[in-house]
Design a binder for this molecule. Structure first.
Ligand code: SF4
Ligand code: SF4
Length: 148
């Protein structure tokens, strides 16, 4: 019989301690958000995957297709494609692919670009079902207003 009352006492005490924690936390300021319905404001220093930076006036890419970023990348995750249109002296960018599965976010590509044409995005909402979901066409993303 004494075991019964001991269990009852322990159970009640445990319940009250638990409720105490619950009520104490209810009164504290909320420090979490209901992701993905709510999202946090990301610090400007956040390093997301790289993005092509648009020209302020034209909105087109600033990339001059020099290939320095691809050469400098230690993980070989950048592929720059370009072609020279007939009658033109300059090459134009036709593709800029990033294999984000290999990127270490080291920033060497951003630092090596002579045209300030790449920067870190603030895109932290990345999820995918396959590795191919992280093979990004940055030129296509620029066209869709992907830079943030
Ligand atoms: S951040 Fe580093 S690893 Fe990622 S693409 Fe740039 S150079 Fe390559
Ligand atoms: S280093 Fe800059 S300008 Fe040169 S290919 Fe890369 S993004 Fe374009």
């Amino acid at each position: 019989m004494s075991g019964y009352f001991s269990d009852l006492y322990q159970g009640t005490k445990s319940l009250l301690v638990g409720l105490g924690v619950t009520f104490r936390e209810m009164l504290r300021p909320t420090v979490t958000v209901h992701y993905p319905r709510e999202s946090l404001t990301i610090t400007p220093n956040f390093r997301g995957h790289i993005e092509l930076v648009p020209d302020d006036e034209t909105g087109a890419t600033r990339c001059i297709t020099c290939g320095m970023c691809a050469k400098a990348c230690p993980s070989a995750c950048i592929t720059v494609r370009s072609e020279k249109p007939e009658g033109s002296k300059k090459k134009v960018l036709t593709g800029f692919e990033l294999d984000f599965t290999r990127c270490s976010l080291c920033g060497i590509c951003v630092e090596s670009c002579p045209a300030d044409a790449i920067a870190y995005s603030q895109d932290y909402r990345l999820a995918g079902f396959s590795r191919e979901d992280f093979h990004m066409d940055l030129l296509l993303r620029l066209g869709k207003g992907g830079h943030s």
